[in-house]
Design a protein around this ligand. Sequence first.
Ligand code: FAD
Ligand code: NAP
Ligand code: SF4
Length: 675
Amino acid sequence: MTNFPHLLSPLPLPMLTLKNRIVMGSMHTGLEETANGFEKMAAFYARRAQGGVGLIVTGGIAPNIAGWVSPFAARMTAKKVAKHRLITQAVHQANGKIVMQILHSGRYGYHPFVVAPSRIKSPISPFAPWSLTANGVESTIEDFVKSACLAQEAGYDGVEIMGSEGYLINEFLVTKTNKRNDSWGGSFEHRMRFAVEIVKRTRACVGPQFIIIYRLSMLDLIPEGSQWQEIVQLAKAVESAGATIINTGIGWHEVRIPTIAAKVPRAAFTWVTQKLRGQVNIPLIATNRINDPRVAEEVLRENRADLISMARPFLADPEFVKKMANNQTQAINTCIACNQACLDYVFQKKRATCLVNPQACYETELIIKPAERKKKIAVIGAGPAGLAFALTAAQRAHEVVLFEQQSEIGGQFNLAKKIPGKEEFNETLRYFNYQLQTYGVKVLLNTKVTASHLAQQQYDCIVLATGIIPRVPEIEGIHNPKVMSYIDVISGKKSVGKSVAIIGAGGIGFDIADLLSHHPDIHPNQNIQDFLQYWGIDPLNEARGGVAGIMPLDVASLREIYLLQRKETKMGKNLGKTTGWIHRAELKRKKIKMICGVVYQKIDELGLHLLKDGQKQVLNVEHIVLCAGQLPNQELLPSIQTLQTPVIMIGGADVALELDATRAIRQGTELAAKI
Ligand code: FAD
Ligand code: NAP
Ligand code: SF4
């Protein structure tokens, strides 16, 4: 008996029946532009199909050069049909269904050939778009149609027409970006013609047996965005034009409101999809920040949508559906919405992968298969690096003993999970706890390992995953009782007064600033109503764009907080591309004083003495929190090297500089896959 009857119920469509209600949403992975990328994509998508997902949507493929997201991005042409067939055949062999997303970037494209309804530059691209001529509009529509027909020839089960997120089609819909006065601009009737004609002419070309999903921006989150009655009008028009399913789009990319990051509560936007129910007769897909099967089931049970789209959760765990169907939710490797190894990598022009699953997009390269010779391995330290190594080694049938000095596994994740907006880190710990048990790793908690411990047993290999030691900077007065480490603060060992200076503005400095400025009565990361109020979103979606005229909540910090760094560079420069701006925006709103280019002089009863622009200043604060980076913890190394057993170092114990959990988990997994 399944716990997920709604998610697992088939959905009959006019052309075929989907075996369940779960859609893997579109993600650009970078494989599209990689050498042998089609072979890799075939393996990537087939793995998700084997995992039981009902329908897959590919990453966005441009219909023409102007529609490229970036130079030489993936584009549909007749020459590519055979390559795409590798994907469709692999997915169909795995009993899956797959549609190709057609995405025209419009003015968001990062190249000189960008086009838009009008010549208005977007705030997130340096390239001003060329305004499409009337002929240009017609030929762009034809390119959409041609791409859809080529997708059909390549064996796809359908296409998704990307009409949201501020890309070209969305730009036609709103007056902010469409200033035309021909039959493609002006009234809403005219502005929506581009979207409707694409769907209508695509349907005419592909015939009735082909899925057309239209991704409709139901909440633009820009003040000049669509109004609710326009959204309904468009939904009805694309239905009449031949769309099979409507997918939900939330927020333009240029918007400074988070829509998928961990700071967004789970299922925060499903009420938007629900509002459209009953207005059209075709199925609706709910999206954004759904990563848990129980939450997804609830959305369907409460009739908020017909289908659930999850994208990143399928990077984190290709077997999400299979595990869910077997009621093994504990075994799911949950997406923690960090964006670190998926979206942030794509923005850095790197191949996407996943912080919690380094195999994602490396299906043909990072292969975990049974070991040729079983080894007995001691892993010291159950932080992300040690956990990943121990689990992978055990999956390969090695005998693994995992030592941890604390009373629980997780290492620094036990600190991270206490930061507002990082609650999802609990899920990774739940996953590892469950899987270590499943694969028979012997976990010895409360055990601070010494060389003599290890000498009691004969190990084939010792893995040093002992993490880091926080750096204590050499500043006069550093041992003053006012000074505390970030560990003392997060673990609650020491309480922090009403005024505080944070030394170091890296990831941890920002997290500490967030924690110390957190309002006890409002939980925008957890509670949907708080989230909407905090960011200034109309909970009824009646304001234009869902935001016009709505003020975000005033959330000045109750503490006086200084966040400091020595570098002159922008604060938080090394934070993730897709999340750093959220941290910076929040700290600004909370009136935290961010000061760069400081020279620390001393700490005494008056507070923290520093130089800024050559001028002496004293920050008269009650406490000073050190977040000044980390050093490798190799304390054990000299003694265990005497044991004559090979020693491998991973994670922070190996290299602490710029270490993050992505590197720790990948390094642990890759080494264990080879040992
Ligand atoms: P650790 O996590 O430090 O684990 C080492 C383990 O070894 C510890 O459990 C320790 O108790 C144990 N140990 C040490 N010596 C012994 C011994 N002698 N015997 C037994 N056990 C021992 N990273 C991200 O990627 N994204 C984030 O958003 C993020 N947020 C963070 C927020 C905070 C507040 C903090 C503190 C860190 C954050 N990090 C984040 C960093 C991330 O947690 C680390 O990169 C990661 O934990 C490093 O993993 P590790 O296994 O190398 O070391
Ligand atoms: P970090 O990002 O390297 O930042 C260290 C900070 O300390 C810098 O701001 C640095 O700035 C300062 N510093 C370095 N040496 C100093 C010294 N001798 N005296 C005074 N200040 C000094 O490291 P972290 O904040 O400790 O984070 C550790 C790792 O965890 C990071 O690599 C990060 O990737 C990861 N993490 C990630 C996230 C995330 O959201 N992705 C969150 C938390 C942690 P100046 O040198 O300019 O003063
Ligand atoms: Fe999710 Fe983070 Fe993995 Fe991206 S990197 S899929 S956000 S867990």
